[in-house]
Design a protein around this ligand. Structure first.
Ligand SMILES: O=C1O[C@H](COP(=O)(O)O)[C@@H](O)[C@H](O)[C@H]1O
Length: 265
């Protein structure tokens, strides 16, 4: 993929791309076009576009989608929005990934509210994870959400993900047993090392069954994890971000110069 203001380089396999932008502003412009293009593709192909959001810095990076031309040209009625992870707090709590997305993105675009799938914040972490998985299964039955023919897990059209400085993605943290979950679609964590401790999260089989993943990472604080993730030399202590290996899809890093400052070339 070639993008204005970005240097493109292969990052390991034929379906992985590394985009490096001079400035976060250019990254945001490119991410908006990438997302709008995939929206048009999936709306035409399947009449729906299933989009997964993370929390954190990703939401600010989506800001160009809320402006011209995308505000007018994207068919927002085709969007179905999910969260790769969510903190088990009320939806109006400052720690809520739903609130972050609502304030920074969803309130600015005309996605039908019935197609925005927030967690049930009245339930326990375990109950919310089970409830979310049930909702996903219903959407598979309705034909809104595709299934991977090879993995047996749901196949989201696009997952827009961030990564923490420790290499965590979603609420899958380094060394935590949840990274090995291989049966559930959605699971819960009660001891997240990053507060708040109670969260729900998609599991790796769901992340890795996606058609497209954009891994959006900026800033020098994440350079160490980016360097380890992109290195060809793999060690047994894989970071969660290194475990994001798509079964049959395209994985694109959207980075800035600071985030790749520890790469050799
Ligand atoms: O706790 C979380 O952190 C990660 C990374 O956040 P960032 O602000 O460093 O980009 C985020 O992707 C995840 O959804 C969130 O719950």
């Amino acid at each position: 993929m070639a993008t204005d203001g970005a240097a493109a380089a292969p990052a390991g396999s034929s379906k992985r791309d590394l985009l490096i932008f001079d400035a976060e502003e250019n990254l945001a412009v490119s991410l908006a076009k990438y997302t709008a293009d995939l929206s048009a593709k999936f709306a035409a192909e399947r009449g729906a576009f299933t989009v997964v959001l993370s929390g954190g810095s990703l939401i600010h990076a989506l800001r160009k989608l809320t402006e011209a031309p995308y505000l007018q040209t994207v068919d927002w009625t085709k969007w179905h929005v999910f969260w790769v992870d969510e903190r088990v707090v009320p939806k109006d709590h400052e720690d809520s990934n739903y609130k972050l997305a609502l304030d920074g993105f969803l309130s600015k675009v005309p996605i039908p509210t019935g197609q925005v799938y927030a967690i049930n914040d009245a339930l326990s972490a375990e109950g919310a994870a089970e409830d979310y998985e049930t909702i996903l299964k219903q959407l598979v039955k309705n034909g809104v959400l595709a299934m991977s023919k090879t993995t047996g897990f749901p196949r989201f059209d696009l997952q827009l993900l961030g990564m923490g400085p420790d290499g965590h993605i979603a609420s899958l943290f380094p060394g935590h047993p949840l990274v090995k979950e291989n049966k559930k679609w959605v699971t819960h964590i009660l001891d997240s090392p990053k507060p708040p401790p109670q969260r729900i999260t998609f599991t790796f089989p769901v992340i890795n069954s996606s058609a497209y993943v954009a891994m959006v990472v900026t800033g020098a604080g994440k350079a160490g994890a980016v360097q380890k993730a992109i290195s060809d030399k793999k060690t047994s202590d894989l970071l969660p971000v290194e475990m994001a290996v798509l079964d049959d899809g395209e994985f694109t890093w959207f980075t800035d110069k600071e985030a790749v400052s520890m790469l050799q070339n």
